[in-house]
Ligand binder design. Structure first.
Ligand code: FAD
Length: 397
């Protein structure tokens, strides 16, 4: 049988699941290309920001991981373009030829232009360097505040604002508040001085999610002392203050924006059809329309549900898409027909600060509290443990 070379661009949740699913097949060789030498475990970043873990816990080493497979090579470079007519992927120093191509370069934080000053003043959390910057600046400011309060309590507000109360915004707000509470309790500092604000334009946090999750998360956030301002639209962000449509002004020390994502910038250079935020249009097989040998999965793709609506981009969707694409590639190599992709949500778990969570398990079972926290940790371990085992094998090679 003729050997097939598959190129995967992006070693995130989707790219790595595709790699694992395809590398076990004979007659397949794979090149994984990523601009970073690590897989960023974005779904765990709240633990890192809140100082529960250091950053090796939110990384998987890609060169070691790839070495653990006999037929996988890794290139650490940014892909700048592709040439589908020649089956070429282009990086600044390489031209790589593919038989089948999987695009899985994910997304970036979307800073809407209509919120003046947002891009200049708010942090995203989608990359490790940015999350690290935020964490270090935050800790430095915390220390300065403690030092400044040596004799009398400084009553100037020290506000952390999270704009966007979707899954990641809620998790970060809860974890930051739990962190601040723990910090002041551990140090027995007499002057308490941090407030966390979670601001969202919708009428509730986690808008569109199950009411059980909305209520559980809201109650927990309030208990942790988070100021939950839903129904509040941010109109402008200045160096130290936020203006809301209602006319309210809130001073802040740090702002994180989690209010939306756009597809990775690579899609701007491909010439394929996209939605307004750059997500690639895909057909029912997750192919780029008109290109039977090019697939797009995860956050980069505009993946539709049965009603023709875009599925919310999640790690879970990226992984299920990757498994499906791997099956379709194997089918097409064996002369069989490809199958359409149907996404079945297997539930959702939300970390809500400290050892607390809420979620819905397969079958609709609702859990909250410590049990939900344990389930979330177990899911995370189930995902990371095999990858860490593989990278340990690769490191020894
Ligand atoms: C704080 C936070 C919490 C979240 N929590 C959850 C959760 O609890 N559950 C859940 O299901 N989802 C969660 N998500 C969403 C989830 O992380 C994303 O949906 C998921 O990462 C998408 O996977 P992906 O493979 O499409 O992209 P990614 O995992 O982002 O991977 C993309 C990869 O492509 C690489 N890349 C990008 N451009 C290029 C280029 N031009 N050339 C080469 N390489 C490139 C990047 O370096 C990266 O490694 C969360 C996200 C955040 C930010």
């Amino acid at each position: 049988m003729k050997s097939t070379h598959i190129v995967i661009i992006g070693g995130g949740y989707g790219g790595l699941r595709a790699l694992e699913s395809l590398a076990k097949h004979a007659h397949i060789s794979i090149t994984l290309i990523d601009k970073n030498p690590y897989h960023n475990l974005q779904t765990e970043v709240y633990d890192f920001i809140a100082n529960k873990v250091e950053f090796s816990h939110i990384m998987i080493d890609l060169p070691s991981l790839c070495k653990s497979f006999a037929s996988v090579q890794f290139i650490c470079e940014e892909v700048v373009s592709i040439d589908p007519s020649r089956h070429h992927v282009l990086t600044p120093t390489h031209t790589i030829t593919y038989d089948q191509l999987i695009l899985s370069t994910g997304s970036r934080t979307y800073f809407p232009d209509f919120i003046k000053g947002l891009r200049e003043h708010a942090h995203g959390v989608k990359s490790i360097p940015v999350a690290l910057d935020f964490k270090q600046q935050f800790e430095r400011a915390l220390l300065e505040r403690i030092e400044a309060q040596s004799s009398i309590c400084n009553t100037e507000p020290f506000n952390i604002v999270i704009g966007g109360a979707g899954l990641s915004g809620v998790e970060i707000a809860a974890e930051m508040a739990a962190y601040a509470n723990r910090f002041y309790q551990n140090g027995n500092f007499g002057c308490r001085g941090i407030d966390v604000y979670l601001i969202d334009a919708y009428e509730s946090i986690l808008y569109g999610m199950d009411p059980f999750l909305i209520q559980s998360a809201h109650e927990r956030l309030v208990k942790l002392g988070v100021h939950v301002w839903h129904n509040n639209r941010i109109s402008e962000v200045r160096e130290k203050e936020i203006l809301l449509d209602s006319g309210k002004i809130l001073s802040y020390e740090f702002m994180i924006f989690t209010g939306g994502i756009a597809a990775s910038t690579l899609t701007e250079h491909l010439g394929f059809p996209t939605n307004p935020k750059g997500h690639l249009e895909v057909n029912e097989h997750l192919n780029i329309p008109g290109y039977e040998d090019i697939y797009a999965i995860g956050d980069i793709a505009h993946t539709l549900n049965e009603e023709g609506k875009m599925l919310p981009p999640t790690a879970q969707l990226a992984e299920r898409g990757a498994e499906h694409v791997a099956r379709n590639i194997i089918s097409s190599l064996n002369g069989k027909t490809k199958k359409p992709f149907h996404f079945k949500n297997q539930g959702v778990m939300i970390a809500l600060g400290g050892e607390y969570g809420a979620g819905i398990l397969p079958g609709g079972i609702k859990v909250k509290g410590y049990l939900a926290y344990l389930v979330k940790k177990a899911i995370s371990l189930y995902y990371t443990a095999p990858l860490r085992r593989r990278s340990a094998i690769g490191k020894r090679r």
